[in-house]
Design a protein around this ligand. Structure first.
Ligand code: NAI
Length: 298
């Protein structure tokens, strides 16, 4: 594949956060031919990430979607570390940690100190202001939103979000990188929830209100939206898949940032998160799951 202009300089990609999204992003980057450093502050999360990525690559090879050689090379190119400083030689660092502005800002300030001067710092945030994350660094022109969809190796879209100071050059490089990952790009201005979650989250929240008010069962709400509107997953099942904690964080950002009560999170969603029912990744959310990452809702 011909390397687009400017992209020849990107050789090493750092990914921070080895959860559902970070592990998928690291896999995509390794399969696309980059050297990848994956960091998580929780060593157990790194262990799980390696397992998920190896299983996923093996599956792609067995289905003939990836050659054995590329699969083996991708696994070799991926290095995991509990030490953030190892990401210092990365050309692009993609952050995929917990959806909290305070925690992300602290990380961006650390990354600013350890990353080389030319490095681009990208965030996979679902809703938080890129401009505010950039303000925690001394390089706001090199900070950008790179919002992958879940799961990153499969979903075709990346939403790129320009902060107030993101340069045209950085936008062009990240767009070219997303395209090299085989994705279609959309571009959003820096407003809460960007494009996709500004539209998706009110639907998920409304599905929770329908369940909370006893309008229908969870199964009928999901079947209604699947067969009635041709969505591949119902909104409650999708919320479990995204993570109820992530959905709640996004709704809070929308509510606070846009000041409209229509984004106020449903009390049932809040209660589930308070009870630790954060969705498929924990084995229980709206539905319960037999086996992590593999089960059908029951
Ligand atoms: P997750 O809960 O699966 O993973 C988060 C990981 O970050 C955990 O492994 C945790 O140990 C690690 N972490 C937390 N704080 C850290 C720190 N300071 N330094 C290093 N590692 C840290 O969460 P998930 O679902 O992967 O979401 C991550 C980000 O991606 C969030 O900003 C979320 O809004 C966004 N996102 C999530 C999507 C989804 O469907 N779940 C879709 C698109 C974006």
């Amino acid at each position: 594949m011909a390397i687009p202009e400017g992209m020849e300089k990107i050789k090493v990609i750092g990914v921070v956060g080895g959860g559902q999204m970070g592990s998928g992003i690291a896999q995509l980057a390794a399969v696309a031919g980059y050297d990848v450093w994956l960091h998580d502050s929780d060593p157990a999360a790194l262990g799980r990430a390696v397992q998920v990525i190896s299983t996923s690559i093996r599956r792609l090879v067995s289905k003939g979607q990836l050659s054995q050689l590329v699969g083996a090379d991708s696994i070799k190119r991926l290095k995991c570390t509990p030490n953030l400083e190892e990401l210092g030689d990365s050309d692009v660092i993609i952050e995929a940690i917990v959806e909290s502005e305070g925690i992300k800002k602290k990380l961006f300030s650390q990354l600013d100190k350890i990353a080389k001067a030319s490095a681009i710092l990208a965030s996979n945030t679902s809703s938080i202001s890129i401009t505010r994350l950039a303000s925690a660094t001394s390089r706001p022109m090199q900070v950008i939103g790179m919002h992958f969809m879940n799961p990153p190796p499969i979903m075709k879209l990346i939403e790129i979000v320009r902060g107030a100071d993101t340069s045209d050059e950085v936008f062009a490089k990240i767009k070219a990188l997303a395209e090299r990952f085989g994705k279609t790009v959309i571009c959003s201005q820096d407003y809460p929830g960007f494009i996709v979650n500004r539209i998706l989250m009110p639907m998920i929240n409304e599905a929770f209100f329908a369940l909370y008010r006893g309008v229908a069962t969870k199964e009928d709400i999901d079947t209604g939206m699947k067969l009635g509107t041709n969505h591949p997953m119902g909104p409650l099942e999708l919320a479990d898949f995204i993570g109820l904690d992530v959905c709640l964080s996004i709704l809070k950002v929308l509510h606070e940032g846009l000041g409209d009560s229509k984004y106020s999170p449903c009390p049932l969603l809040v209660q589930y998160v308070d009870a630790g029912r954060s969705g498929k990744k924990r084995g229980i959310g709206v539905y319960t799951y037999q086996k992590k990452f593999a089960a059908k809702p029951s």
